[in-house]
Design a protein around this ligand. Structure first.
Ligand code: DX5
Ligand code: ZN
Length: 230
């Protein structure tokens, strides 16, 4: 298994002071920045685009930025995110007319590519494009909003995805997104995930106590990961 990465979703950050929020969460031990892009078309919510990604780079963020596109269509905006400093670009197969082409486009722009699977979406497309993905992202909630509850059926799907990755022998991350908390991250890891998105668990919890200190929740997640079998 790969090194575990904790990826705070900035969807739950304070957007009015986003640069500071990202600095603080990275200083508290987070590994990569999960950047949720929503278009009020593919999902019923509207968030941030390439200008905000570029602004984080300009602010001095050097950690990997994991851009999760919940938009349709996909291709037009890929070069803009690459130019804005995205490290990973992942998209939902339902949102692209030509999934293979979009995966190739992302890599040709110098980014790592990934596919995102909604709770009701089959992993079957991977059979045809697994050589073109660097990340498989399983949604453990329906996309569009932070703060939803983890869908337990995702654990079986994680085991299925883990098996596909291991059998392929390829260097592919397995990321989980939605409802990840201190009390379930261990079983999610045991089911095969190595990259953990958490929005409300990190930003929401800390805001009520010390708005600049995310150490407690991130340390608790690391401790739960260390305790869980891999
Ligand atoms: C949902 C987003 C998630 C979201 C997760 O569509 O893709 O990244 O921010 O939020 P929590 O961790 O609160 O479920
Ligand atoms: Zn996300």
């Amino acid at each position: 298994m790969k090194e575990n990465l904790i990826a705070p979703s900035i969807l739950s950050a304070d957007f009015a002071r986003l640069g500071e929020e990202v600095d603080n969460v990275l200083a508290s031990g987070a590994d990569i920045v999960h950047f949720d892009v929503m278009d009020n078309h593919y999902v019923p919510n509207l968030t941030i685009g390439p200008l905000v990604c570029a602004a984080l780079r300009k602010h001095g963020v050097t950690a990997a930025i994991d851009v999760h596109l919940m938009i349709k269509p996909v291709d037009r905006i890929v070069p803009d995110f690459a130019a804005a400093g995205a490290s990973y670009i992942t998209f939902h197969p339902e949102a692209s007319e030509h999934v293979d082409r979009t995966l190739q486009l992302i890599r040709s722009e110098g980014c790592k590519s990934g596919l995102v699977f909604n709770p009701a979406t089959s992993l079957s497309v991977l059979q045809h494009v697994i050589d073109k993905v660097d990340m498989i992202l399983l949604m453990s909630v329906n996309p569009g909003f932070g703060g939803q509850s983890f869908l337990p059926s995702t654990l079986d799907k994680l085991r299925q995805a883990r098996k596909l990755i291991d059998e392929s022998g390829r260097d592919i991350r397995l990321e989980i997104d939605g409802g990840v908390k201190v009390d379930n991250i261990g079983e999610i890891h045991a089911a095969g995930a190595d990259t953990f998105v958490a929005g409300s668990a990190i930003f929401g919890a800390a805001r009520d106590s010390d708005p600049n200190c995310y150490d407690t929740v991130i340390s608790a997640m690391r401790a739960a990961l260390a305790d869980s079998p891999s």
